[in-house]
Design a protein around this ligand. Structure first.
Ligand code: AMP
Length: 137
């Protein structure tokens, strides 16, 4: 059983901010910014590509509500919603989760968002074509 399932089962503690039949939202113990909240399905799905559409639809609706609550309740100026899949993408807990992170003007956090360049337009087109083909897979 993974750590988030233990939280769902109340085997380990968490500070819960929202719960319904299918969903739990609780405070991340290692916040990027204080107020950082995780939104999870109670049933473990992982990764996103193996998660039923209706589960994802339900989760993103709750993410929207948590984001609105961070703006209203915490006075956040903005919100990041992030979802990691696989160790290569920085995922640590193998249970689908969305990070909903309140952002404040001047909060000092910077993503390591180092935009790169394609070598040429053909390289971009080639990769786009592979993704198009992947859509049909
Ligand atoms: P990820 O890297 O996307 O898998 O994110 C996992 C997140 O879970 C991290 O931000 C951790 O700080 C958070 N986390 C791990 N264990 C707990 C816990 N027991 N309670 C709350 N958050 C947790």
């Amino acid at each position: 059983m993974n750590i988030f399932e233990k939280i769902v089962n109340r085997e380990i503690p968490a500070v819960i901010v929202y719960e319904d039949e299918h969903t739990l939202a609780f405070m991340d113990i290692g916040p990027i910014i204080k107020g950082h909240t995780l939104v999870i399905p109670k049933v473990c799905y992982d990764p996103v590509t193996e998660t039923p559409d209706e589960v994802l639809a339900g989760l993103i609706r709750i993410c929207k509500r948590i984001a609105a609550a961070q703006i209203r309740g915490l006075g956040a100026d903005g919100v990041n919603i992030i979802q990691n899949n696989g160790a290569a993408a920085g995922q640590e807990v193998p249970h689908l989760h969305f990070h909903v992170i309140p952002r404040f003007e001047g909060d000092g956090h910077r993503w390591n968002w180092a935009a790169k360049k394609y070598d040429n337009p053909a390289e971009m087109e080639k990769l786009a074509e592979k993704i198009r083909q992947g859509l049909n897979g």
